[in-house]
Design a protein around this ligand. Structure first.
Ligand SMILES: [Zn+2]
Length: 140
């Protein structure tokens, strides 16, 4: 699941706690989210308690990396100077087939060509020695 990144990543996540665990799975080429072991609810971003049943029992459950564009916003003016060369870009929320949603990039497509419900699939972008970002590309 490799494809060339069309967007330079200029800010990387700070790796600690549950965030580090999430990105450690990405480093291993697996997109996993927390899933409640009591009621089965998925959740993201990572946190200790289930929003549905308040259980503290959970697992890192794998996804198949297939989903669809849920929504996006096109950024034309970088509020953070680190993103100045990336504009215009789309900050996209992808809904995985299993249910969790992830704020991410959809590469290889212009923001104006995105569509709600567009099928997308996962690829992993090794942006540094420590960080691998889950990104998506259009299917087909
Ligand atoms: Zn639950």
């Amino acid at each position: 699941m490799k494809t060339e990144s069309k967007t330079q990543t200029v800010r990387l996540p700070i790796l600690h706690g549950y965030t580090k665990e999430f990105y450690d799975w990405c480093r291993q080429q697996e997109l996993r989210f927390q899933r409640c072991q009591k009621c089965g609810a998925w959740r993201h971003p990572p946190r200790p308690m289930c929003h549905s049943c308040h259980s503290l029992q959970w697992e890192w459950a794998p996804t198949k990396g297939k989903g669809k564009v849920y929504c996006w916003t096109t950024v034309h003016q970088a509020l953070d100077p680190a993103f100045a060369e990336a504009v215009p870009y789309a900050a996209v929320v992808v809904e995985l087939d299993e249910g969790p949603r992830l704020a991410t990039w959809v590469t290889g497509i212009l923001p104006d060509d995105l569509q709600i419900g567009m099928p997308v699939e996962l690829w992993f972008d090794d942006v540094s020695d420590e960080v691998t970002l889950p990104k998506f590309k259009r299917v087909g």
